[in-house]
Design a protein around this ligand. Sequence first.
Ligand SMILES: Nc1ncnc2c1ncn2[C@@H]1O[C@H](COP(=O)(O)OP(=O)(O)OP(=O)(O)O)[C@@H](O)[C@H]1O
Length: 471
Amino acid sequence: MANILVIDDNLDICQLLDRFLTKKGHQVQTTISGKTGLEYVKKSNFDLVFCDFKLREMDGREILQKVKEISPSTQVIIITGYGDVKIAVEVIKNGALDYITKPLIPDEILMLIDRSLAINQQGRNYTATFSEAKTTSQAKNQVTHGSDTSYLRGVGKESKKLYRDIELVAPTNLSVVIYGESGAGKENIAKIIHEQSPRVGKPFIAIDCGALSKELAGSELWGHEKGSFTGALTDKIGQFELADGGTIFLDEISNLSYEIQIGLLRLVQERKLRRIGASRDKSIDVRILVASNEDLRKSVQEGKFREDLFFRFNEFSITVPPLRERKDDIEAFSRYFLEKANKELNKDFLDFDPEVIEVFQNYDWPGNLREMRNVIRRGILLSSGKVVTLLALPPELVYAQKFNFKDAEGEEKQPDFKTKSSSSLKSAAAGAEATVLRKILEEVKYNRTKAAAKLGIDRKTLFNKMKQYDL
Ligand SMILES: Nc1ncnc2c1ncn2[C@@H]1O[C@H](COP(=O)(O)OP(=O)(O)OP(=O)(O)O)[C@@H](O)[C@H]1O
């Protein structure tokens, strides 16, 4: 059973999730206000918060940040419309566990709850093995002991280069900077490096630097002694100590504050750390892998990241290509995620409609592998039979390339309908309609009267269509 908070300014969604999740045995609290939601988080210990991205007084990013400050071990899942996938993907970088797109699908929600509970449990079990550990917020970081990574290497030129680099650097003790867009697979690469290194079998700890609060980052990373500051009620082992002998992966490294960067520099130079409030140093043997989705050299030039630290980390660098540049692997990744989703959801889908693969090949995948995983999971939940069809994909994705309205040279492009079946025709119409509606609504800043006038329909029809397409 999970303790769940739902924050959504759509009362229907709150009521629906409340009823559904309570029936499934979870403890649920709901609110339409972000502010009230944060008050609830202060008072209660939630395992998981489902939060709509577009709330009236604050957005999902702000809520996420505050929830993480108040209760670092609470997982947050952002609810979003498909048109906002890019934003949702950004939010993941700030520590959200995942995102789900509307319309909500019950099985997907249940699966995410299970995943969130499993991650929290994993964190707890791991810390329990360090019996002297009296830590409070370890659960948010993913900890892997041993070899449980399942992944696909890919066969394209880009993937081959990637894995050549990994094989080269993994057996060494070098620090590595892993570059790549959000969801491209940086953490996965870090795990593979760890597993192909002599440190395999020792801890692998992933820290999301974007999710570390300024106040608690030091205590989270180095640990603290009881009484060293208000709120330090017990001793706490930091993540670096927990990773001793193994590998630590610092994701979104450029988000670390200047003070923490100084602490890191000392650790990297002297291989020693001191818990906050302690009087003695402790020797630490940890391999450090870091990731960034922006060029760290640029962060150095902008004064956001220390140059000396950059040189320490930059002993080797790997760039994970975005999915749109791994065209040769798209089909293989699609089948990999189909298999995975079959297992997770207890389904037995055999394949994709060939048109689906074609759409996948042409789509930009701003959320990379994470987006593909989510699209396929939903595709399975929305399909009947044994084959995932175009109808089960978000219309925005199906017609994104046709409705981007710009070609590679930035010239306006005419929408191109090459529908091959009546089902895709239906989906084409829906996709076209949703995209045009969104475009006009954005043009008029969601003023419904102006949008209805521009579209030549009445306000009620517009309202119904906005509801239908969740705009
Ligand atoms: N080679 C792979 N084979 C199969 N699945 C993969 C592979 N690489 C990544 N994934 C899956 O894609 C999703 C995103 O990967 P990952 O978390 O490693 O990306 P990331 O670049 O670290 O993202 P972020 O920057 O948002 O933290 C995860 O579900 C992961 O399991």
